[in-house]
Design a protein around this ligand. Structure first.
Ligand code: NDP
Length: 450
């Protein structure tokens, strides 16, 4: 596939400095070599050249007034990447690190993740470099309204359906939906992750974390292993991390770490989930507060992490659940995990593992679930929310959770059988990338050159 190199050259020339996007594209394109060699139709239809180019990119200015009456200006993004399988679908991220390259990598991953769910959803992503930390509730509301005053014209229940991501939870979705409803004059499922009081789905809040643990369970089952009684490390302390910890407890495992961007908690007795929820979902304070309530736990500030490592992955464990952000687990962390006996890594975050670390996991043949497969439960349940909104019905928590577990099982089976079909049965990166790509590519061919 000599032209993969040419596609990279083209991306670097036309989209300069988008390093995260090149990393995500490289991982997918390299996995596709055996598929492209076997099926010339994908080359004939120039699917690779077409799929790396978003269908539409919306960049906009967001003006808002802070509590001191001072004008603030942020950048807004929405990348509508691919609609071959359904309306664009993917979250919004509010974080100072957001730029065009970050949103593009997330949108690109989303295309294949959404395809893997087997549901009718295309790929998109958006966000802003707005930093929600330290902002008052009124400032959050004013920012969300300003953001939506532009985005509303581009989204809709059958066009593009945003959801949450880093820095965007139930509160932000509420403010954005309120503004959407006012400007569009439509009460429709243009967002997922909505409150249960006005159109949300039971189990959507829990879905990404629960799904990541289900994925680990299915990977381990195939090797005759379970999570029961096992020490697990989790990074992050947001939506994905919290519900990963909750499901780990439900399956009898012992989650012993969590983290935020300032440091990490190691609680040998197991993370106190009720306390964590109270600190993060109610009080909205830093994780360092945890040790005030549990003096036996250890807090390590990020400045004290051994150089070049993430201290979460220095803790010996059976399984690891990276649930914070991209490239948080590097080659040294991967070596530390393997040396401590870790045999399972299930990614709740998007692309948390660097390219070299990912290659090491694949080579070591551990149970390695890449984010686009392992964390697809969130977007899958978002689609279940869309289905309930469209039919104006509500399913019970148990119904949604059962559907989520089945979807995660199907994603695992699809990824592992595809990996086996191409001669590397334990390589779920290969399997997930090919399975996701094939579904989108076939749809693009059947829908013609549009
Ligand atoms: P939240 O905002 O709820 O939580 C993010 C957590 O990660 C926080 O603890 C945050 O710490 C930490 N974090 C963020 N950036 C960094 C950083 N640069 N270094 C260290 N820690 C960091 O987000 P989510 O839990 O929703 O998302 C976490 C990951 O999961 C992301 O990669 C997201 O794309 C992915 N994901 C989320 C889905 C969802 O449904 N929410 C679906 C699929 C994937 P702090 O508070 O200090 O910033």
């Amino acid at each position: 596939m000599p032209y993969v190199k040419e596609v990279f050259e083209y991306l670097k020339r036309t989209s300069p400095s988008q390093t995260e996007f090149y990393q995500a594209a490289q991982e997918v394109l390299e996995s596709l070599r055996p598929l492209m060699a076997k099926y010339p139709k994908y080359t004939q239809h120039k699917i690779i050249e077409r799929i790396v180019e978003p269908e539409r990119q919306i960049l906009f200015r967001v003006n808002w007034l802070d509590d001191n009456g001072v004008i603030q200006v942020n950048k807004g993004f929405r990348i509508e990447f691919n609609s071959a399988l359904g309306p664009y679908k993917g979250g919004l991220r509010f974080h100072p690190s957001v730029n065009a390259g970050v949103i593009k990598f997330l949108g690109f991953e989303q295309i294949f993740k959404n395809a893997l769910t087997g549901l009718q959803i295309g790929g998109g992503k958006g966000g802003s470099d707005f930093n929600p930390k330290g902002k008052s509730d009124n400032e959050i509301m004013r920012f969300c309204q300003a953001f939506m005053s532009e985005l509303f014209r581009h989204i809709g229940a059958n066009t593009d359906v945003p959801a949450g991501d880093i820095g965007v939870g139930g509160r932000e979705i509420g403010y954005m939906f309120g503004m959407y409803k006012k400007l569009a004059n439509k009460y429709e499922g243009a967002f997922t992750g909505k409150s249960l009081k006005w159109g949300g789905s039971l189990a959507r809040t829990e879905a990404t974390g629960y799904g990541t643990v289900y994925f680990a369970k299915y990977m381990l089952e195939d090797r005759g292993e379970t999570l029961e009684g096992k020490r697990c490390v989790v990074s992050g302390s947001g939506n994905v991390a919290i519900y990963t910890i909750e499901k780990l407890y439900q399956l009898g495992a012992l989650p012993i770490t969590c983290s935020d961007s300032n440091g990490m908690i190691y609680d040998e007795a197991g993370i106190d989930l009720g306390l964590l929820k109270d600190l993060k979902e109610v009080k909205r304070v830093r994780l360092s507060e945890y040790v005030k309530y549990v003096p036996t736990a250890k807090y390590t500030p990020i400045e004290a992490y051994p150089e070049g490592t993430n201290a979460v992955y220095n803790v010996p464990c059976f399984a690891a659940f990276p649930s914070a952000t991209q490239n948080e687990l590097n080659i040294t962390d991967a070596k530390n995990l393997l040396a401590s006996g870790c045999i399972c890594v299930s990614e709740g975050a998007n692309m948390p593992t660097t390219h070299e670390a990912m290659e090491l996991f694949i080579e070591a043949k551990i149970c390695y679930g890449p984010g686009k497969a392992a964390n697809a439960g969130g977007v899958a349940t978002s689609q279940l929310e869309m289905a309930q909104n469209a039919a104006k019905i509500t399913w019970s928590f148990e119904e949604v959770d059962a559907k989520l577990a089945q979807i995660m099982k199907d994603i695992y089976i699809n990824s592992s059988t595809t990996a086996a079909e191409f001669g590397e049965p334990t390589n779920l990166v290969l399997g997930a990338n090919i399975a996701g790509f094939r579904k989108v590519a076939d749809a693009m061919i059947e829908q013609g050159l549009v």
